[in-house]
Ligand binder design. Structure first.
Ligand SMILES: Cc1ncc(COP(=O)(O)O)c(C=O)c1O
Length: 395
């Protein structure tokens, strides 16, 4: 399938957080937006056609989840992830972040502990703090630019009264696709301490050659308590439509359903349902083309930064379209680093510090823009680095 990922699509004026939210987040619109995790690419043709067809029907009443949506999802999980999921295990949800909030409330009482493994996607923290639960941190380990799980420390965290572990798999922002041994090790800790694991697998389809995403639930033994969240939003670039699904055994699924029920939250709208079904049913070839494009972009960015931009070390993502940049070699504190990217380079990236412990001195780059945009961003970064005083590098 040929999709034109090089095409520049103006998104200003579409109420886009990534583009129209620049002034409020960066204090200026004069930055290339390479932050929020959505893509600047058109959604797959199959999705556009399904949305157009739905829009052509003039009545937008309350919607239910059609059988086709469940079938498309379970078919996708079987074909792409070798994961056989019964329809009864699936609960449609308004989004992954709402599901994180619901899971925290379902499985930990106020004041009880929930484990996170920072640096990690910020709502992992807010889901715990905003609901009055206790954050227990098991920071990732970093060795020579490679980030891993700290299983020994996880065991101690689990013994500290934790009820729930929030796992990000693949991991945003460090881009790890966790190995079989890492996942088994983590599940072993959860098993020994009776932890529920919420596996946020929203990035599971965005995997580079040489790596395989293993759904945590496929490693489960009887008695393990795993809730997995998936969504077509990252995979097919439809996050604004807001629909996800969770997969869990009866007890865990009902516990989360009860929390959503208390707020009478409904996830479904005519467009999200139409896009969800079309994406999972017909979006495969588009995704394959997307990953080829992203893979080339990723390699080019790593090559260029490594060769020419001393003081910045790119961490090659194994999955996700997000690249973690270790900028500690620039010798800037977090505030100066943010200013350097915004003011000197004209680039809007996410500051690493916003991902919690371990994020200091880093920036997160979103690669999912047309390559000319990414190349231009690298040119700007290069120019800004060259304009710095010569002795300012730490290494
Ligand atoms: C790990 C992770 N979970 C969840 C989300 C957002 O999920 P949703 O838009 O379905 O709430 C993101 C978006 O960046 C993410 O990176």
């Amino acid at each position: 399938m040929s999709a034109d990922f090089d095409r520049l699509i103006a998104r200003d004026g579409t109420a886009s957080v990534k583009h129209d939210g620049r002034a409020s987040y960066f204090g200026t619109t004069a930055v290339t937006p390479l932050w929020v995790a959505d893509m600047d690419f058109a959604a797959p043709p199959a999705v556009l056609e399904a949305l157009a067809a739905r829009a052509a029907h003039p009545v937008f009443g309350y919607s239910l989840y059609p059988d086709g949506a469940f079938d498309a999802l379970t078919g996708w999980l079987a074909a792409r992830h070798r994961w056989s999921v019964a329809r009864e295990s699936v609960l449609m949800c308004p989004g992954v972040v709402p599901t994180l909030y619901a899971a925290v409330q379902a499985f930990a009482a106020e004041g009880e502990g929930v484990i996170v493994q920072p640096p990690v996607y910020p709502p992992f923290f807010s889901a715990i703090r905003d609901t009055g639960r206790r954050v227990i941190e098991n920071p990732l380990l970093e060795c020579d630019g490679r980030w891993t799980l700290d299983l020994d420390h996880l065991e101690r965290c689990a013994a500290d009264g934790a009820k729930l572990l929030l796992l990000c798999s693949p991991h945003n922002p460090v881009g790890r696709v966790w190995s079989h041994d890492e996942l088994e090790g983590m599940l072993g800790v959860a098993r020994r301490h009776g932890l529920v694991v919420l596996a946020d697998e929203i990035h599971h389809d965005l995997i580079y050659p040489g790596h395989t995403h293993i759904p945590l639930a496929t490693l489960a033994q009887p008695g393990d308590r795993i809730v997995t969240t998936v969504a077509p939003s990252k995979t097919f670039n439809i996050p604004g439509l807001g629909l996800s699904a969770l997969i869990a055994d009866d007890a865990e699924r009902r516990a989360i359903e009860k929390v959503f029920g208390r707020l009478h939250v409904s996830a479904s709208n005519p467009f999200s349902v139409a896009a969800f079904e079309a994406a999972y049913r017909d979006g495969g070839p588009w995704l394959d083309a997307l990953m080829r494009y992203l893979d080339t972009t990723r390699d080019e960015v790593i090559d260029r930064i490594t060769r020419t931009m001393h003081g910045i070390h790119p961490v090659a993502p194994e999955g996700t379209y997000l690249m973690w940049l270790d900028c500690r070699g620039l010798g800037l504190d977090d505030s100066a680093l943010r200013d350097f990217f915004i003011r000197d380079a004209g680039l809007g990236l996410n500051p690493g510090i916003s991902f919690g412990t371990g994020g200091s001195g880093h920036m997160r780059l979103n690669l999912a823009s047309p390559r000319p945009v990414i190349r231009n961003a690298l040119d700007r970064l290069d120019t800004a680095l060259r304009a710095r005083p010569h002795d300012s590098l730490r290494q």
